[in-house]
Design a binder for this molecule. Structure first.
Ligand code: ADP
Ligand code: ZN
Length: 435
């Protein structure tokens, strides 16, 4: 089975790729300079003109863009195409504040289909396969993004959207879905529903999961693969850049390949904005070098990761990024210590007595931060015997203490007591924000 959709682009030599990126960047810079007032002003303030951009190395001369710019020029101030050429609007799910609107031309939708096809081909989806899309459809890019990816390959789309969990399982069974695309947290919910359904596992054809839109750990991958009896792949993307399809895992799963012929990545120090060398952890920045409707140059994603430029075992040369540690704004500072929810998840997934359903509750009482973690205990370990529960609790507190450097209060809760998510999970309640 050929798992590479576009060999020319995915396996291009590094030198050729940089040349291509340079050519495309030059065109993109001219476009934003000529078609978009805010960009032109920003570049003039920095003293840069389109002619100064000769190769991809010159990208560092350009100013950054951020989520704030998208809000300041809400809704259409950053469009570079006239409305007559815009054929679709999408908006971010608003995890962090007011929605962000993006506009696509027909050419942009083709790019989206192309990069999406690279992802699902890498996962092993073929023309004859039914793929159940259980990302939400609508303004959120998840549903429609995965949808056009599978259609581009010529696979069979089952456009379920999220919710209606029992029906999801019934159709997954009856229609013989081979692929499932949704958030990892919804996949966890579906796994539970599948387990409790009247259908035996061997009547399902499901074998491939395409999970993304939120951070998830290796532990979560293992858990999902076991529960659903599938291979689970990462899909990465963000509305501002295009939606899901910016990056994907190949069968070797040593990082997420980026579609760098369309979206040029950099890693910068989030404090100083200085570029960091390959391999270092920092903030991911993207420039869309082929998009027409709303190109973004040096867009600061706030996602924290690192890049690896070595050729992959799969034959692709496309750069790989490490798992996203989280967004810089997901980081909690509790009693002066930096805590990422993904660190908590990795500890929870290590312990066989726990389910990866958890909640982080942070508050401030008498000027002191309080930090509680609620986590579900697996049915077979949940017990009325205090000693048994205390023993499990002691283990998790010990591990969390060594990984996080602080001791949370851990509350073990009954199986199925934490609310399930059908989209992006909300696992943090930080009451300090309302004080
Ligand atoms: P919102 O910002 O409202 O959540 P998006 O749906 O555009 O809107 O979310 C994009 C963000 O979701 C990314 O910047 C990243 O933080 C997160 N994300 C998307 N895919 C992944 C993934 N595979 N792994 C980790 N985080 C992801
Ligand atoms: Zn690879």
């Amino acid at each position: 089975m050929n798992r590479i959709w576009n060999e020319t682009m995915e396996c291009m030599s590094r030198d050729d790729m940089r040349k291509l990126q340079g050519i495309r960047l030059r065109k993109a810079v001219e476009r934003v300079y000529n078609c978009c007032e805010p960009y032109r002003k920003r570049m003039q303030e920095k003293g840069v003109e389109p002619g100064d951009i000769k190769s991809i190395d010159d990208i560092v001369k350009l100013p950054f863009t951020s989520k704030k710019d998208l809000r300041d020029y809400y809704p259409f101030g950053l469009l570079c195409s006239p409305m007559t050429d815009i054929v679709r609007l999408q908006a971010s799910s608003g995890t962090t504040g007011k929605p962000i609107v993006v506009g696509y031309t027909r050419g942009d939708l083709d790019i989206w289909g192309e990069v999406g096809a690279r992802c699902f081909t890498a996962y092993g989806i073929q023309k004859q396969d039914v793929v159940q899309i259980s990302y939400g459809y609508g303004l959120f890019t998840g549903g429609l993004g995965a949808h056009c990816a599978v259609e581009t390959i010529g696979g069979t789309v089952l456009p379920m959207s999220s919710g209606n969990t029992e029906k999801q399982i019934m159709l997954m069974h009856d229609f013989g879905a081979v692929g499932l695309a949704c958030t990892p947290s919804y996949a966890l919910y579906l796994a539970e529903a599948l387990h409790n359904s009247p259908y035996p596992r061997d009547e399902f054809k499901l074998k491939i999961g395409a999970f993304g839109a939120e951070p998830w750990t290796e532990g979560m991958r293992k858990d999902l693969e076991e529960k659903l009896n599938i291979k689970a792949y990462d899909i990465y993307g963000l509305t501002e850049i295009i939606g899901p399809g910016v990056g994907y895992e190949c069968e070797f799963q040593h990082g997420t390949h980026l579609c760098e012929d369309h979206f040029y990545p950099e890693i910068i120090d989030p404090e100083t904005g200085e570029p960091l060398p390959p391999g270092q952890l920092g903030e991911l920045v993207f420039s869309t070098i082929t998009k027409e409707g709303m190109p973004l140059l040096r867009f600061r994603t706030r996602d924290l990761t690192s890049l690896n430029y070595e050729k992959c075992e799969c034959g692709r040369t496309a750069v790989r990024m490490g798992k996203i540690l989280g967004r810089s704004d997901d980081m909690l500072i509790i009693r002066g210590v930096n805590v990422f929810p993904s660190q908590v998840e990795s500890v929870i997934c290590e312990l066989p007595q726990l389910e990866p359903h958890y909640l982080l509750l942070v508050d401030r009482v008498n000027n002191l931060d309080t930090f509680e973690i609620q986590v579900e205990v697996k049915e077979e370990f949940y017990s009325d015997e205090v000693a048994k529960m205390l023993d499990i609790r002691k283990r998790i507190v010990h591990r969390l203490q060594s990984v996080l450097g602080i001791s949370p209060d851990v509350r073990l809760v009954e199986p199925r007591s934490i609310e399930r998510s059908q989209g992006k999970a909300k696992r943090v309640i930080d009451k300090r924000k309302f004080q």
